[in-house]
Design a protein around this ligand. Structure first.
Ligand code: AMP
Length: 291
């Protein structure tokens, strides 16, 4: 396994690999790796000869009052996990290398990015799309793998690849959860033990949605109200949004008659967590068996 930090070196390596006929798979991450990230590597391994995992805490996707400086980082541990998972190249550039002085070009999407996390994190997806476009041009992957955990992000990246004609297959990987059902996230490291238990209210709310849906409920407002009522039982939980949106357009629906995404963002204390469930279930956002 090799670590590359200089963007130009990454691109040259990628060009050499492609000239040698190798298929490149890319797994973009912000590091502090967990089983969710490693499941993406596994999928990439199945699709590519060479797997590149990028570790880059991307400053342009954090708002001024967000957690960029305290975002968890541990390169040594990440490198060991990558080695064990069969990553071939870690791409770990410095922020100044990705955004040198005078940097001024950004990728913006203005429809899918408006709602859900885009509404409460202005500029977030502009930062995400910009860095992913740069990674695509530096790593030159044939296939790139993203997690359904960040469903809006994944949808936006598919849209960017399609609209900007990136010749890259975008693969989605299912949400990986801890045994108690909490969706894995690097930000779970912020949670105190009591908060970890309280954080289960996100998946409980999704289970409420699923139970009502299975019982035949199709009214979005009623489902959202039931989810909200459950979360209100947890004093440390503050709802950012609970939404039921069309699976493709990400626009809110009144009735769950077509494939939808039930998505929520909730802060537990100071930690903002997200989770989602596709209905009807599509295998990408499995919840543990119903309790
Ligand atoms: P991050 O490091 O949080 O930016 O995530 C990097 C990639 O891993 C993104 O495509 C995420 O959607 C994906 N990811 C994060 N958490 C999970 C999870 N629990 N299950 C599956 N994929 C995940």
């Amino acid at each position: 396994m090799k670590t590359i930090t200089v963007p130009e070196d990454m691109q040259k390596t990628a060009l050499d690999l492609r000239r040698a006929g190798k298929r490149i798979g890319l797994v973009p991450t912000m590091g502090f790796l967990h089983e969710g990230h490693l499941s993406l590597v596994k999928l990439a391994r199945q699709q590519a000869d060479v797997v590149v995992l990028s570790i880059f805490v991307n400053p342009t996707q954090f708002g001024p009052n967000e957690d960029f400086s305290r975002y968890p980082r541990n390169f040594e541990r990440d490198a060991a996990l990558c080695q064990a998972a069969g990553v071939d190249i870690i791409f770990n550039p410095a922020p100044e290398a990705m955004y040198p002085a005078g940097y001024s070009v950004y990728v913006e999407e203005n429809v899918l990015a408006k709602g859900l996390c885009g509404a409460s994190r202005p500029g977030h997806f502009r930062g995400v799309l910009t860095v992913v476009a740069k990674l695509f041009n530096l790593v030159l992957p044939d296939v790139a793998v993203f997690g359904q955990k960040d469903a809006q992000q994944a949808r936006l990246i598919q849209q960017m690849a399609h609209n900007l004609n990136f010749p890259i297959a975008i693969l989605l990987a299912p949400i990986i959860r801890e045994s108690n059902g909490l969706a894995m996230s690097s930000r779970n490291a912020y949670l105190a033990p009591a908060e970890r238990r309280e954080a289960l209210c996100l998946q409980q709310a999704l289970k409420t949605a699923r139970r009502l849906y299975r019982a035949g409920e199709r009214d979005a407002r009623r489902i959202i109200a039931a989810m909200q009522a459950g979360i209100e039982q947890i004093p440390s939980a503050r709802v950012d949004y609970i939404a039921i949106v069309d699976h493709d357009t990400l626009q809110p629906v009144a009735q769950l008659d077509t494939p939808v995404l039930v998505a929520l963002a909730v802060s537990i204390g100071k930690t903002r967590l997200i989770d989602n469930l596709a209905l009807p279930e599509d295998g990408l956002s499995h919840l543990p068996a119903m309790k």
